[in-house]
Design a protein around this ligand. Structure first.
Ligand code: AMP
Length: 395
């Protein structure tokens, strides 16, 4: 069997997603997720050739989950096809502006940056160390969510707070979803026949986490997420932008501790908090369609914030060749896309209702009329991008 595939790993604190991908043919041979790790309900679910499988994992943490995945890959005859392992790493700080091979220095640099992503970096490191132990002969590559945004100019990444907080402690906008933006930006340019090096794109990655990015000539020049993925757009459970004095108000007036306020803004806000229904956009859309005014108001807040950011990015670039929607909401919600484009009519967007309604479930394409400023959908594929980087760095 030829070593034509990459094992892609995405480690969270309680989950481990994996896929085996041939970056050349783009074939995804298997994908799956170990969930509820570190609890007695840990379970591994996967999909291969359209068939689903499941295996209880006991109290598994990252290493045990990865061992179970290796057992599965052996059973399915896929182990011999794997030439390298690509890891998604959330925070690369200012040190990493592109993907790289894992070395002791790289691991140390990720470790040193843990203060910037205290929830994510330890899980990412645990995944890399487990992979090094379980696959001693294979090279590992790290692909950072933040790397694509390292091209932002200082005027876009600096916060107007004492400069020493940036100089001495790295407090600045980093941005996330970079792997998705790199993939979607290039795919959108290819579909439109544009040279990516001479293009002005705004991409809205709208999933459970949501952000937008201004991509000028293939480079990120601004994005909505910040030091952490809490800033910017309204998300499933995250608030996005609020008045920073809210912390003070919650503490002094309502007695919240710092942890309680942080938890509320990250886990109980956004679509969930505002709608008092669900973090899932589908549930809120269905309620709104049945005449629930509060559900409609929640969607309107989501779209208002997004439209404002897109407008700001388009104005900063001086031109917009296309607004590109991606992520679970961006790829599937014709309702959200229509709502946002109506708010942006000043930029010349004219929705094609039929194309908009027909574009969902992994379909990509333009959703505006002939003669309109282009809005389109591109189905993102971060795993494929990670497998491509991994192959390029290990070939
Ligand atoms: P992601 O994080 O990219 O996987 O996106 C997940 C989110 O996509 C879910 O929480 C849903 O809110 C949203 N989503 C998926 N399908 C639809 C749909 N048909 N309409 C609206 N939202 C959807």
């Amino acid at each position: 069997m030829s070593k034509d595939s990459i094992l892609v790993i995405n480690c969270g604190s309680s989950s481990l997603k994996f896929a085996v991908i041939n970056p050349t043919t783009e074939e995804e041979k298997i994908n799956g997720i170990a969930e509820r790790m570190n609890s007695s309900e840990a379970v591994l679910n996967w999909k291969i050739n359209g068939e689903k499988g499941s295996l209880p994992l006991g109290q598994a943490a990252h290493e045990a989950a990865l061992e179970a995945i290796v057992g599965l890959l052996r059973e399915e005859g896929l182990m011999a096809s794997i030439s390298a392992i690509g890891h998604r790493v959330v925070h690369g700080g200012e040190k990493f502006s592109q993907s790289c091979l894992v070395t002791d220095e790289v691991l140390q640099a990720i470790e040193d940056g843990t203060k910037l992503a205290p929830l994510h970096s330890p899980a990412n490191l645990a995944g890399i160390r487990a992979a090094q132990k379980i696959f001693p002969g294979l090279p590992n590559v790290v692909v950072f969510d933040t790397a694509f945004h390292q091209t932002m100019p200082a005027e876009a990444y600096l916060y107007p707070i004492p400069y020493s907080l940036y100089k001495d402690h790295g407090v600045r906008r980093y941005g996330f979803h970079g792997t998705s933006y790199r993939y979607v930006g290039q795919a959108a340019a290819d579909m439109l026949g544009l040279d990516i090096n001479d293009s002005n794109l705004v991409v809205a990655h709208l999933g459970n986490g949501a952000s937008a990015c201004a991509i000028k000539n293939g480079k990120s020049i601004d994005t909505t997420m910040g030091l952490t993925p809490l800033e910017g757009l309204v998300m499933g459970t995250r608030s996005g932008d609020v008045d920073p004095n809210l912390f003070n108000f919650l503490n002094k007036t309502l007695g919240y501790t710092l942890d309680e306020a942080t938890d509320m803004l990250n886990k109980k806000s956004g679509l969930l908090g505002l709608s008092e229904m669900d973090s899932d956009c589908r549930v809120i859309q269905e309620a709104a369609a049945q005449g629930n005014e509060h559900a409609q108001l929640t969607l309107d807040v989501f779209c208002h914030v997004l439209a404002e950011k897109v407008a700001g990015f388009a104005a900063a670039m001086g031109k917009i060749d296309a607004l590109v929607f991606t992520g679970g909401i961006g790829e599937n919600s014709s309702v959200i896309r229509k709502n946002v484009l109506e708010r942006l009519s000043i930029f010349g967007f004219k929705l094609d209702e039929k194309l908009n309604d027909e574009t969902f479930r992994g379909k990509s394409g333009v959703i505006t009329q002939e003669g309109s400023t282009v809005a389109m959908v591109v189905a993102t594929n971060e795993e494929l991008m990670i497998s491509r980087d991994t192959q390029a760095l290990t070939a």
